[in-house]
Design a protein. Structure first.
Ligand code: PGA
Length: 248
């Protein structure tokens, strides 16, 4: 079964609302590819203007964060129903910046994955190791454990819709990319982990992205790998280069 490629931009804390609309317009003709799901995961305040700006295009909308309750006294947070009403389809969960800077642990990340599915949002679940773990050679166990914890109680049918992003922390925003072979090794291991936790059909269906300094120059080689079904792109998603990645 051929998996559909998914190229998602993670804009992080960049782009004011007017800059966001300008970027959508700059990229509009560059990101057209009928064989690829193209997603912009944007800051909360950009969601409404970006939803308007992508109308009539092939681009789908994603968010970078949400909280697990529908409403209530959670100052500063936004909920799944709020995102849904604005046309959001994808939600990044478990990004290393949320884990490391904002202290999100695997218990919360697991709750977010389940809440996203219950709300009709598709999680882009991030995992990945630090440089220390890479050097220690224990990164495989680490990532396996992240996936196992983060998917506790998630059904096989849900995992078939899931997107997993493998993002080695040492490659994020550093300009240092994992080699295509290094990325493929881990993405293959993630698929095998899904096969162990679920079954072969679920492992075959789940889409796995690579993320970490993916750019116009290295995208084609990474995306050619058997187990890499797309990319989660930070820095290069804010430039016309993103169009080259979509069409790599
Ligand atoms: P980068 O970010 O492409 O700037 O390395 C990727 C990410 O953090 O999702």
């Amino acid at each position: 079964m051929a998996r559909r490629r998914i190229i998602a931009g993670n804009w992080k804390m960049n782009m004011t609302p007017s800059q966001a609309v300008e970027l959508v317009n700059t990229l509009k003709d560059l990101v057209v590819n009928p064989d690829v799901d193209v997603v912009y995961c944007v800051p909360a305040i950009d969601i409404v203007p970006v939803a308007e700006a992508i109308k009539g295009t092939n681009v789908q909308l994603g968010a970078e964060n949400f909280y697990i309750e529908d409403k209530g006294a959670f100052t500063g947070e936004i909920s799944a129903p709020m995102l849904k009403e604005c046309g959001v389809k994808y939600i990044i969960i478990g990004h290393s910046e949320r884990r490391d800077i904002f202290g999100e642990n695997d218990i919360l990340i697991n709750q977010k994955v389940k809440k996203a599915f219950a709300s009709g949002l598709t999680p882009i679940l991030c995992c990945g190791e630090s440089l220390a773990l890479r050097k220690a050679g224990t990164y495989t166990e680490w990532i396996k454990r992240q996936i196992t914890w983060d998917l506790t109680g998630v059904t096989a049918d849900q995992v078939k819709e899931l997107v997993i992003a493998y993002e080695p922390i040492w490659a994020i925003g550093t300009g240092e990319t994992a080699t295509a072979d290094q990325a493929e090794e881990v993405c293959k291991m993630i698929r095998e982990t899904i096969a162990e936790l679920y079954d072969a059909a679920t492992a075959e269906a789940v889409r796995i992205q690579y993320g970490g300094s993916m750019n116009a120059g290295n995208a084609a080689e990474l995306l050619a790998k058997d187990n890499i079904d797309g990319g989660l792109i930070g820095g290069a998603a804010l430039k016309p280069d993103f169009g080259q990645i979509v069409n790599a």
